[in-house]
Design a protein around this ligand. Structure first.
Ligand code: MIC
Ligand code: SF4
Length: 642
């Protein structure tokens, strides 16, 4: 039996473990990326590990999330990141240079290489044929130090494409179609491998939109083959030397094959407040729109922006709509300026924002109260926009612009416009002045790392005890996202390098009394439903609970990155053997976990609650057990086992 694309890249990077689905595989990591909101923690952890210089082929630190600088905190973090990067062999992408995933695709991604990034949308690079994973900051720190990255060997789903997209139907609609089919948990434990004749009709930026939104499926990663379209993109970026062709073997096996006919797709829209609440745009015709946002790592490429500019040319957006445009990178912005497309965008009445995440993570441009916001982004979780009662919908750039022009949700095909004639340039504008190189090793030793008062030490975990007696301080429902656990937004993000402070906002959107109650309880246990911790890779969703005394989370099931982050923090993620037992637990009661150490081995732990005995299960690898018993990955790594 031949290899699929995923197996090929994993086999070429396997340090230990096996290719058998469900088993642990340790991978050699060629490249890493961080962004500022998770990066400060990742580099503090890297410093704590104590390796002088990164061991990867390329590591890049981006600043794209916390760029508002409404106090000293963000600016201090930027200075810390710039100085720590320079000292330890990391490239530094300056604020304003663009969103990490977009810039990495343009300037650094290489087919067939492995990449981990402290951001859940790192698989965007799969659009170039890279095998890329979102991970917690500590996993990235370990990989920078030369350690392997451990994954549970995924199953591989193949999506077989035929045909080509019709006018005004886009790669975003393809992503939404797969979310409609699989839901936000359908990709858990899986990599989505895209193939079929239809793949050639998609350019690299379109493929990157699709691999980007694989994160919303809960998938471990998503990947496209590397073919002539990949070569053309790399060549236009002045990087043809980085091209390698990559395809699965003809007799490769897959867990499942999903067939999608691109010709049959129509414009789709995800309704509040989940990316899988997908319906055809036409079914929402006439819903009044208050705000439209174009951008984010999903849809901010030159291709997307040029399509939007072509639709806006000579037209103005409806007076009732406020529209923002955030190009994904300085390359995109300068090319829009050179071609005059920027003038078309600005003349339409849209507002230009920085080349950064911006509204996607609630960093400004929050909608009006109760407002309807159409965004070309990838997440529409409740409250994420910064306006708690806003209704956020996810759409393609074409649907976004059509709706901005009419003031109501509009299927772009109904505007009567001619099909858009937009293609990628033969040569992109190459200017890497926004990326600063690291210092040569002989100069690095003398360099000082700049730390402001907001940068506080990383909390370390406690070795998991054999018996845990604690209060159930918070009982939660299904699909709890990391935006529920550790919200972001302009008010909270500045404290990403200050865990004591940021923990004051833990679960703020669910129950603002949680931090005080958890502290008063001393040690506590959380209970959740299915897919607990979906969404972002932010390890603060584990570190803040750790700081507040959480020792275990019991749920019906967990999202991959968050489960890894909990283990890395020394917090036990446990599952109900029978999901119906969830109903037996009450917030506020005392819970006891008995025989934990033996249970880590046997995979079964008993929970005592109000006299009842509830069986829990866990399936930790030997390494994960050792991490939990050491009190987290930092302690484990310091003990010398990287
Ligand atoms: C997100 O989209 O939620 C973020 C902000 O990019 C996060 C990372 C973070 O919380 O800093 C992610 O996706 O991992
Ligand atoms: Fe930034 Fe939004 Fe992409 Fe996260 S999803 S990296 S916040 S643009």
């Amino acid at each position: 039996m031949g290899y699929n694309l995923v197996e090929k890249i994993i086999a070429a990077h396997l340090v230990s473990g096996s290719l058998v689905p469900g088993e642990e595989a340790a991978l050699r990591i060629d490249q890493t990326l961080t962004q500022d909101a998770t990066g400060t923690m990742a580099y503090l952890e890297f410093e704590a590990i104590g390796v002088d210089r990164v061991q990867t082929e390329r590591s890049v630190a981006y600043v794209d999330h916390n760029t508002l600088q409404s106090g000293f905190e963000n600016a201090d973090d930027h200075r810390y990141l710039q100085s720590v990067a320079k000292k330890h062999g990391i490239w530094f992408s300056r604020p304003g240079n663009g969103i990490c995933h977009q810039v990495h695709l343009e300037r650094f991604g290489i087919p067939g290489k492995t990449l981990i990034g402290s951001d859940s949308h790192t698989p965007t690079a799969g659009g170039l044929g890279m095998l890329a994973f979102g991970a917690g900051g500590l996993d990235v720190a370990v990989a920078m130090g030369g350690g392997a990255y451990y994954i549970t060997m995924p199953r591989v789903i193949k999506v077989e494409l035929t045909g080509s997209l019709r006018p005004f139907v886009t790669a975003k609609d393809l992503s939404l179609e797969l979310l409609r089919i699989l839901s936000v948990k359908g990709g858990v434990g899986r990599v989505i491998e895209w193939g079929g004749a239809g793949v050639l009709s998609l350019s690299v930026p379109e493929r990157a939109t699709v691999t980007n939104m694989g994160a919303e499926l809960g998938a471990t990663s998503s990947i496209f083959p590397s073919d002539e379209r990949t070569r053309a993109f790399l060549k236009a970026q002045g990087r043809e030397r980085d091209f390698v062709p990559l395809a699965p073997d003809a007799d490769a096996a897959y867990e499942r094959v999903i067939r999608i006919d691109l010709d049959a797709l129509e414009p789709l829209i995800a309704c509040p407040h989940m990316p899988d609440k997908v319906v055809p745009v036409k079914t929402l015709k006439g819903v009044k729109v208050d705000q439209v946002c174009l951008g984010s790592c999903t849809n901010s490429s030159l291709y997307d922006m040029r399509k939007a500019a072509a639709m806006l040319r000579g037209r103005t957006i409806a007076p009732s709509v406020s529209m923002s445009v955030s190009p994904g990178s300085r390359q995109v912005l300068t090319m829009l300026a050179d071609s005059g497309d920027l003038t078309d965008i600005l003349s339409s009445g849209a507002r230009l924002l920085e080349c950064a995440c911006g509204p996607c993570i609630g960093m400004g441009f929050s909608p009006n109260s109760g407002g309807v916001s159409l965004r070309t982004f990838n997440r529409n979780f409740e409250g994420r926009s910064g306006t708690r009662d806003a209704k956020v919908y996810l759409v393609s750039p074409e649907t976004a612009v059509a709706s901005a022009l009419t003031g109501e949700i509009t299927d772009p095909r109904t505007l009567g416009l001619a099909a858009l004639e937009v293609s990628l340039p033969e040569t992109f504008r190459i200017d890497d002045s926004g990326v600063l190189p690291p210092a040569p090793p002989e100069e690095a030793g003398a360099l000082e790392v700049l730390r402001g008062p907001n940068i506080r030490p990383v909390p370390t975990g406690h070795p998991v005890a054999d018996r845990i007696d604690a209060e159930l301080t918070l009982k939660l429902g299904d699909n709890i996202t990391t935006d529920h656990i550790m919200p972001a937004g302009a008010k909270i993000l500045p404290y990403r390098s200050n865990v004591p402070k940021i923990s004051e906002f833990c679960f703020e959107v669910v129950d603002p009394s949680f931090p005080a109650r958890a502290k008063a309880a001393g040690e506590s246990i959380l209970v959740g439903g299915v897919n607990y911790g979906q969404g972002s890779s932010r390890e603060h969703a584990a570190l803040a609970p750790l700081y507040l005394g959480v020792r275990a989370v019991i749920a019906k099931s967990f999202a991959r990155i968050h489960a890894a982050n909990l283990i890395n923090a020394g917090i036990l993620p446990l599952c109900f053997a029978d999901p119906a037992d969830y109903d037996k637990l009450r917030q506020g009661e005392r819970l006891t976990l008995r025989g934990v150490h033996a249970g880590l081995e046997s995979g079964q732990i008993t929970l005592e609650a109000d006299g009842a005995e509830i069986p829990l299960v866990c399936a930790f690898s030997e390494r994960q057990r050792a991490i939990l018993l050491a009190g987290g990955l930092l302690n484990y790594t310091r003990e010398g086992t990287v």
